[in-house]
Design a protein around this ligand. Structure first.
Ligand SMILES: O=P(O)(O)OC[C@H]1O[C@H](OP(=O)(O)OP(=O)(O)O)[C@H](O)[C@@H]1O
Ligand code: HPA
Ligand SMILES: [Mg+2]
Length: 183
């Protein structure tokens, strides 16, 4: 059951709980092969990636460490401002580390392209990206993403960590937000 006050706020459920679980498990099997002999540092991008990170980390059979970064480019709107701010930096020194950025969504790609440049400048051994969702039609920059869960249409989605004005993050599924909620 989803929370009681969302009736009518979603036009449709795009990806349900079981589809998310199954796809994350597949992605973990690929990550386990690729990082079999490496220590991986998962870098979760707050706040949206909290659910992906929690489920991915528990599904992985690799020894991992986790750290978090908080950046914001959306504020309370439905489109990226393009201006990325660090709200919380990593606690970990990235020198020589194998970094896997964990994201909920790649939309315009602006957040991730900024983040990749920022983390690569810190001397890591490698930096790759794992994102649950990607909107190919919304891309404004070309980014090489190693692990992607689902390519989705260019609609504003919420749930499973994704918010609109900080709401809906606790939905178990990913759904399309009804335009009447934000227009
Ligand atoms: O590809 P882009 O167009 O840059 O959009 C993707 C980014 O936007 C969202 O974060 P947001 O800034 O809303 O912060 P939040 O995770 O706290 O919701 C999302 O979690 C990604 O980090
Ligand atoms: O479609 C979206 N929904 C919620 N947050 C987002 N941040 C980027 N794109 C989205
Ligand atoms: Mg957001």
């Amino acid at each position: 059951m989803e929370p009681r006050d969302i009736d009518g706020d979603l036009t449709e459920i795009l990806i349900d709980q079981e589809q998310i679980r199954a796809r994350l498990a597949e992605m973990c099997r690929s990550i386990e092969i690729d990082y079999a002999d490496k220590d991986v540092l998962l870098v979760g991008v707050l706040k949206g990636a909290v659910m992906v990170m929690a489920d991915l980390a528990r599904e992985l059979t690799l020894p991992i460490t986790m750290d978090w970064m908080a950046v914001s480019s959306y504020g309370s709107g439905t489109s990226s401002s393009g201006v990325v701010r660090i709200l919380k930096d990593l606690d970990t020194d990235l020198t020589g580390r194998h970094v896997l950025i964990v994201e909920d969504i790649i939309d315009s790609g602006l957040t991730l392209s900024w983040l990749l440049a920022n983390l690569k400048s810190r001397g890591p051994a490698s930096v790759e990206v794992c994102a649950l969702l990607r909107k190919p039609e919304a891309a404004t920059v070309d980014i090489d993403v190693k692990y992607v869960g689902f390519d989705i249409p260019n609609k504003f989605v919420v749930g499973y960590g994704l918010d609109y004005a900080e709401k809906y993050r606790n939905l178990r599924s990913v759904g399309i937000l009804a335009p009447h909620v934000y227009s």
